[in-house]
Design a protein around this ligand. Structure first.
Ligand code: SF4
Ligand code: SF4
Ligand code: SF4
Length: 394
């Protein structure tokens, strides 16, 4: 499509282009260059999915959790910070979904139900991620009353011993909580809150996946998401199942839903098990953002904390939290359209990063070890296991 720059330096967009993109004047753009090519981005807060971390505290201490090694404080999101997010909802017209989950247990926040209601009362789809311990009958009834769309519960083993070894918790207690959820939905003849199950697959629990599918089926789970582990410690490096070599693996399959009475089949999603050419960031493509416990806004989970982990090929890497603004100082919608954030999203959308695991310098590169890249844009996504679909989130 040809557009014209006039003598006064004005660019005129064709009406049909503006209509198709749902753009109308007055409108500001950011102009920047990528490899010498001009890029023009409309400054629109087109957020669709908001991840909110209401706490970094948790009632468990799972063996594979980032919280075991990170440098970040254990803290609750204050009401003022939460209110600063909620106050900008009218300025986020494309927001559809809010996900309460993080490296912490959202149900340990004393105001969690009120926070959830803030979003459900505005018609937004709310997902709650939980380890399932506090999903007692009272909380489950409240979540149903508030209109929560989905509860994602982490279950990393079908055997009580395996589960206890990884999470230090009682699997039967969680199953009992989820049985109650199933019965309550039957009583109220409703399919919501939908149940989703997350399974972090390791060498030590891989053989229990078929039994876990049967368990998810009997609990009426609508969705089973399998993810690999991000190895924060050396003992978890030994537990990883992914690597360089392509492996034939199923991407997912249906399983019978024996619990809900609403539909017959549910779906299991498997992660990719090897590093490949295709890289795609779900956070960026889903137009998501993460608001941390202190109001800091990050583009994704991977960049929302200070921690170290082991890359696909076993190099220890330090990741620094990447914050593009704080909701207590700048309105969330303004942070989303800042020059730095929009440029970063644009670079990730086209994946303008090298691939460190494929580089001859991968074992010794200093930049890589501090999560920076050799193509200029930092922090680097050149090692990201989320973009490979090796690590997955709800
Ligand atoms: S329940 Fe989640 S946040 Fe809590 S320790 Fe386990 S993995 Fe970490
Ligand atoms: S940052 Fe660049 S040089 Fe360093 S390992 Fe990655 S691709 Fe190679
Ligand atoms: S590619 Fe990875 S590190 Fe980069 S924004 Fe996406 S999830 Fe974050």
């Amino acid at each position: 499509m040809k557009i014209k720059l006039d003598q006064q330096g004005n660019l005129k967009f064709p009406a049909q282009f503006l209509q198709r993109r749902n753009l109308s004047a007055p409108l500001e753009f950011w102009l920047f260059e990528r490899e010498g090519e001009p890029i023009l981005l409309p400054r629109l807060p087109n957020l669709r999915k908001l991840y909110i971390e209401v706490t970094t505290g948790c009632n468990l201490q799972c063996r594979f959790c980032m919280r075991n090694i990170w440098d970040d404080p254990i803290a609750l999101m204050t009401q003022d910070i939460f209110d600063a997010v909620a106050a900008r909802l009218p300025y986020l017209p494309e927001l559809e979904e809010v996900v309460f989950t993080s490296f912490g247990e959202p149900l340990t926040h004393p105001n969690i139900l009120k926070m959830i209601e803030t979003f459900t009362s505005r018609g937004l789809r709310v997902t709650l991620g939980s380890n399932g311990i506090l999903l007692n009958p009272k909380i489950v009834s409240e979540l149903m009353r508030l209109g929560v769309y989905r509860i994602m519960v982490s279950i990393d083993g079908a055997q009580a011993e395996t589960f206890h070894d990884l999470r230090g918790a009682n699997l039967q207690q969680i199953i009992a909580n989820l049985e109650y959820l199933k019965e309550l939905k039957k009583q109220h003849a409703t399919r919501l809150p939908e149940l989703g199950v997350e399974f972090v697959i390791l060498k030590s629990n891989e053989s229990e996946l078929p039994a876990l599918v049967r368990l998810a089926s009997s609990l009426g789970a609508a969705r089973l998401i399998v993810s690999n582990v991000l190895a924060y410690t050396e003992d978890m490096v030994d537990q990883t199942l992914y690597g360089y070599a392509p492996v034939d693996s199923v991407k997912g399959f249906g399983f019978p839903n024996l619990g809900s009475g609403w539909w017959l089949w549910s779906f299991m999603e498997m992660p990719r098990m090897h590093w490949g050419a295709e890289r795609r960031c779900r956070f960026i493509h889903d137009r998501a953002t993460v608001v941390g416990w202190d109001g800091g806004v990050s583009p994704c989970y991977a960049l929302s904390h200070n921690y170290s982990y082991y890359t696909l090929d076993g190099v220890k890497k330090k990741v620094n939290r990447y914050v593009l603004g704080n909701v207590t100082q700048t309105p969330l919608d303004e942070i989303l359209v800042s020059e730095e954030y929009m440029q970063y999203r644009s670079e990730v959308a086209v994946y303008h990063f090298p691939s460190c695991p494929d580089c001859d310098l991968r074992s010794t590169c200093d930049l890589r070890q501090i999560n920076e890249g050799c193509w200029g844009l930092n922090p680097s996504c050149a090692d990201c296991l989320w973009s490979q679909d090796i690590i997955r989130c709800p």
